[in-house]
Write a protein that binds this ligand. Structure first.
Ligand code: UT7
Length: 335
């Protein structure tokens, strides 16, 4: 192929089957189903079993994506795992996934851009292909947020869930695949969403653990305000870069954090509800895994057709944001 774009040749996802409902949480902290649904849209979330780590969820999603792409693991050149909940501080989760699936030829690394991680990883992977370095890149968003959530903190424990989604990126027909992207970061506000303990600043010690520093801490209101701004602005910029008007947009797959944030982006983009994929009611916020799981479900439900302009948009810890426009490159019968 002389001139080419980079598109998704296979997609898959995996969520654990253990369901934790809002009523279950109301027995653990001072909350209610009514409060959680009204303020967030979340009804239940999936939680990994004790013997499952991020690499396990990511491995299952990766195998599903490889099957969809009709590829063998040994054909993969690079594995990128976007995650904020890697199995270990080192090695990377991507190396463990590599071992699990037998992708013997691949390079592998993790990428942390908070909940925007999957969008960052897609753009990173696509550029390796564009540059002629690799041909087949496996991009995974995988999380076990249940391991870093403080189950005594009602401000955060009701929001998150576990899961993984994966895409295989390959060259595709020019004009299809990723047609624009936009990434950004506002490091000034890194403290609004943070897991302060367990890194080099506050290594795991008896004192740091006693202070609950190894759990997520969040200023929800500040993150909310940022999220609304970032989702709207980044979406508009990605559409402009793709030379598309609002009416050219066929489908939106947003980061699944809060239905009120999604609704404000949807209204800004003048989209009807049926053109926006929402599954946070079932899964909560799965950080880097939110978008690939949602995209996989939307495709499996036949909501996206070849030629559709699909916008992926996310925000997260950092504070980061990112979006990309995909012109869907697979025929329905390929799915
Ligand atoms: O991927 C990025 C991850 N983060 C986010 O996306 C978070 C963005 N922020 C949000 O989604 C919202 O700010 C929240 C859902 C976290 C909170 O909703 P809110 O409407 O901004 O509520 P609030 O923080 O203003 O709190 C309102 C009240 C407070 O009580 P007081 O101070 O008014 O008495 C909270 O203590 O609600 C209380 N509250 C709860 N009550 C029952 C906070 N969490 C809960 C809870 N159950 N789970």
């Amino acid at each position: 192929m002389k001139n080419f774009s980079v598109g998704i040749s296979g997609i898959g996802s995996y969520v654990p089957d253990k369901v934790v409902t809002n009523d279950d949480l109301s027995k653990m902290v001072d909350t209610s189903h009514e409060w959680i649904v009204t303020r967030t849209g979340i009804e239940e979330r999936r939680i990994a079993y004790q013997d499952m780590a991020t690499s396990d969820l990511s491995t299952s999603a990766a195998l599903n994506a490889l099957e969809d792409a009709n590829l063998k693991p040994e054909e993969i050149d690079l594995i990128i795992v976007a995650t904020v909940t890697s199995d270990y501080a080192l090695p990377s989760t991507a190396c463990i996934v590599q071992k699990n699936i037998g992708a013997v030829k691949a390079a592998a690394f993790d990428l942390n851009a908070g909940c925007t991680g999957f969008v960052y990883a897609m753009i990173t992977g696509a550029n390796f292909i564009k540059a002629g370095i690799y041909k087949k890149v496996l991009v995974i968003g995988g999380e076990t947020l249940s391991r870093i959530v403080n189950w005594r903190d009602r401000n955060t424990c009701v929001l998150f869930g576990d899961g993984a989604g994966a895409c295989v990126l390959e060259a595709c027909e020019e004009g299809y695949g990723i047609i624009s992207s936009e990434l950004g970061s506002d490091g000034d506000n890194y403290e609004f969403l943070i897991q302060p303990g367990g890194g080099s600043k506050e290594p795991a010690r008896i004192e740091s653990i006693a202070k609950d520093l190894h759990y997520i801490q969040m200023d929800g209101r500040e993150v909310f305000k940022f999220a609304v701004r970032a989702m709207e602005n980044s979406s508009i910029r990605a559409l402009e870069l793709a030379n598309l008007d609002l009416e050219d947009l066929d489908f939106l797959v947003p980061h699944q954090a809060n239905i009120r944030i999604i609704d404000s982006a949807r209204k800004k983009l003048k989209l009807p509800e049926e053109k926006v994929y929402v599954n946070l009611n079932k899964y909560g916020n799965m950080s880097s895994a939110s978008i690939p799981v949602a995209l996989d479900e939307a495709i499996k439900k036949g909501k996206i057709k070849k030629g559709d302009n699909v916008l992926l948009v996310a925000f997260g810890a950092g504070l980061t944001w990112g979006s990309l426009v995909l012109r869907w490159n697979k025929e329905d019968e390929d799915v």
